[in-house]
Ligand binder design. Structure first.
Ligand code: MN
Length: 259
């Protein structure tokens, strides 16, 4: 098996090297990762300048001057000589649960693999600081061992979002399939004065969970379970398609195009 690894914390982050170490058990590993931290980059691509790719001699490590999505995109569209069988991302420093998945560069790298039809998995540790990183890497290996089985992978290329509590392996209660929870709106922006005398703004912290009910990623990880959420990229609100059509065509609604 050939496994492509990326992340959003940058190629120096301990999480990506811990992940690479365990992925080598499954076959050949190529790391293509950003040159610096791009947490919160979401699915952004760099279209206004070219990218540089630095190959670290003697290592299967490529450092890209772009986003996580750029890394996987470049890897799959010309950098790699053969198509990987699996794309993994992480292990991220911090949770990517609920609404975080919309902003996450870790999840975005996996989404990019999924958009090219390759089974893809994003891994994140709940707490920042890299505690119990080796345990998280073993969990990642266990998840890959299960989902990368050819019989499963061939059925339907899955896009998985995995969140791992920072706990010793023996303390983890298990691995469960979940749905995304929800967060409340983010904390207010923090306004400060720059040393040059103009206001600057720090985006506030993510909101507290608003749906952490049983079955969600928030519930699972706060109860000592590893959370595995299957994701999809179709943002269509299928229930509202008919509703929007009715509203556009119903009597009494002004036709915006004839005004
Ligand atoms: Mn990150």
């Amino acid at each position: 098996m050939h496994i492509l690894i990326s992340n959003d914390d940058g190629y120096r982050a301990p999480g990506i090297h811990a992940l690479a170490r365990v992925m080598r058990r499954f076959g050949r590993v190529t790391i293509v990762a950003p040159d610096h931290n791009h947490s919160g980059a979401s699915n952004s691509l760099t279209l206004n300048r070219p990218l540089t790719v630095e190959h670290m001699p003697g290592e299967s490590l490529y450092v890209v001057s772009g986003t996580p999505s750029d890394c996987v995109h470049v890897a799959l569209t010309g950098l790699l000589e053969d198509r990987p069988d699996l794309v993994v991302s992480g292990i991220n420093c911090g949770a990517n649960m609920g609404d975080d998945t919309m902003y996450s560069g870790t999840v975005a790298a996996a989404i990019e693999g999924h958009l090219f039809g390759i089974p893809s998995i994003a891994f994140s540790q709940i707490d920042k600081g890299w505690s119990e990183l080796e345990a998280a890497a073993e969990v990642a290996a266990a998840v890959v061992d299960r989902f990368a089985e050819p019989a499963i992978a061939a059925k339907e290329p899955m896009l998985l979002n995995v969140n791992i509590p920072n706990m010793p392996r023996a303390a983890l209660k298990g691995i469960v399939a979940t749905r995304l929870g929800r967060r409340s709106s983010a904390e207010p922006v923090i306004r400060e004065m720059s040393p040059r005398g103009f206001p600057i703004y720090w985006l506030g912290a993510a909101g507290k969970p608003s749906d952490a009910s049983e079955g969600t990623d928030f519930w699972a990880t706060s109860h000592g379970f590893v959370s595995v959420t299957p994701l999809q990229t179709d943002l269509t609100n299928h229930r509202q398609v008919a509703l929007a059509g009715e509203w556009l065509n119903s009597d009494g609604v002004p036709d915006v195009l004839s005004e």
